[in-house]
Design a protein around this ligand. Structure first.
Ligand SMILES: Cc1cc2nc3c(=O)[nH]c(=O)nc-3n(C[C@H](O)[C@H](O)[C@H](O)COP(=O)(O)OP(=O)(O)OC[C@H]3O[C@@H](n4cnc5c(N)ncnc54)[C@H](O)[C@@H]3O)c2cc1C
Length: 413
């Protein structure tokens, strides 16, 4: 028997590609390496699944920067509101959290997965689990697929094997070799959305401390222009860990570190009072020290910081937190401002694929038709999801791209 469509990989993109194809009456087979579908959906968002953003298609395109244009047609076929409507109709009510992140009301990623899984099964698609694809051979107008168990033949092939991050989930980058086999260029891959390891011991000593609002910048100290030296910059909740730092702003800037030729030459700069400029911070500190001169400096900072962090910053500034406000000298004041507003630390590196939420790089976008997701090099071959050279910021953007490109591929096969 020859399948109309075979989809390789039952993750976010594969589930949507298979259900869209089968929903159009195509005889569709979905092959998955694991013994269950959607492992990453299940573990996503701390097992709560941040499935998309509260925004429209144009906002997603903008958030992807240069890669955004490629996603336009896919997002027109399945926009964030379309996805939310699908989830709601499938019995998964959703809610919007700060930063526009959309989660299931139940806070259970398992509910999202079972909605998508039921939808795929109901579409009439056949699903084979624990059956990794091992080899592809191109015939004149079909593809022969050798799996761990048998050989399948199909007229159209959709590769949705994801990237290389969290390889224990089945995503060991298998699809890149097949794309190359068919002449596709693979833009070099690197881990993205990963925590960062920092060199100074004081950072690691603060493990467990969370700063709800901090600025994080990646700097290249070798670039003399102050503006150009800032490679990436984000603001949000920062978490100190036993190796360095994590949290949304760190994950978002990490791609600049992991793709840099010499990550250890880079620095991270923290701003622990991002709501105030350095000048405003200093002025408020001066005013408080003057008005409440009898109080210790630790009680006069114009920002509320976790106690362990504040103690460390005083130590780094070489200022005694018990010193009275009235005794604050100009050099001490400047040192405090510098430590709180521009605390620089050397980077030891980005954590690798084992801890990266996504993979940057992948199948070159110029070789894939964005209106269909079909390869421009091989007729009948399609790509969708993270295997493509698209990687977005934290906040549901990556799932939206995977669902939308998968859906469009399924509509186009
Ligand atoms: C810990 C973690 C948390 C995350 N949280 C979020 C979040 O909250 N929001 C968000 O937007 N994004 C999140 N992401 C990113 C998101 O999971 C991915 O962007 C998305 O899953 C990509 O979808 P995909 O279908 O392209 O790949 P995947 O979902 O990775 O699916 C690929 C599938 O292909 C299968 N496969 C691979 N090789 C073969 C083979 N040879 N034969 C058969 N099958 C194969 C794999 O087993 C896997 O099931 C998170 C990622 C991680 C790791």
């Amino acid at each position: 028997m020859i399948w109309d469509v075979v989809v390789i990989g039952g993750g976010a993109a594969g589930l949507f590609a298979a259900s869209a194809a089968a929903g159009r009456g195509k005889r569709t087979l979905l092959l998955e390496k694991n013994d269950r579908l959607g492992v990453k959906i299940l573990m996503s968002g701390g097992t709560r699944c941040n499935l998309t953003q509260d925004c429209d298609a144009a906002d997603i395109v903008r958030a992807y920067g240069k890669q955004g244009r490629f996603l336009r047609a896919a997002l027109a076929a399945l926009s964030p509101p379309d996805l939310v409507a699908l989830a709601n109709a499938a019995g998964v009510p959703t809610k919007i959290e700060p930063g526009g992140k959309i989660f299931p009301v139940s806070n259970r990623a398992a509910d999202v997965l079972s909605a998508w899984e039921n939808r795929t099964r109901r579409s009439g698609c056949e699903i084979l689990l624990s059956e990794p694809l091992l080899e592809i051979e191109r015939q004149t107008d079909a593809f022969t697929l050798r799996t761990s168990r048998q050989v399948h033949t199909t007229r159209r092939l959709v590769i949705t094997t994801g990237g290389k991050s969290y390889p224990g989930c089945g995503t060991s980058g298998d699809g890149y070799a097949w794309a190359e086999q068919f002449g596709h260029t693979i833009i070099p891959t690197h881990p993205a959305l990963t925590p960062l390891a920092c060199q100074p011991e004081w950072v690691r000593r603060l493990k467990g401390v969370t700063v709800p609002d901090a600025g994080v910048r990646v700097l290249d100290p070798q670039i003399s222009s102050t503006k150009k030296a800032v490679l990436a910059e984000r603001r949000g909740s920062l978490l100190f860990t036993h190796f360095g730092v994590s949290g949304p702003p760190v994950l978002d800037v990490s791609r600049e570190v992991s793709r840099h030729a010499r990550p250890q030459s880079l620095a991270l700069e923290f701003d622990f009072a991002p709501a105030l400029t350095a000048e405003a911070f200093e002025q408020q500190l001066v005013a408080r020290a003057r008005q409440e001169g009898k109080k210790p400096l630790s009680a006069l900072l114009p920002v509320s910081l976790p106690q362990r962090l504040a103690a460390t910053l005083f130590e780094l500034a070489g200022v005694d937190p018990a010193q009275r406000g009235a005794e604050l000298s100009k050099p001490h004041r400047r040192a405090l401002v510098r430590c709180i507003k521009r605390q620089r630390v050397a980077i030891a590196g980005a954590l690798g694929y084992a801890k990266a939420e996504v993979t940057q790089g992948g199948v070159a976008l110029g070789e894939v038709d964005p209106r269909t997701m079909q390869s421009k090099l091989v007729e009948g071959l399609f790509f969708a999801g993270e295997i493509l050279d698209v990687d977005g910021p934290i906040g549901g953007y990556n799932f939206q791209a995977a669902f939308s490109t998968g859906h469009l591929a399924g509509l186009s096969v």
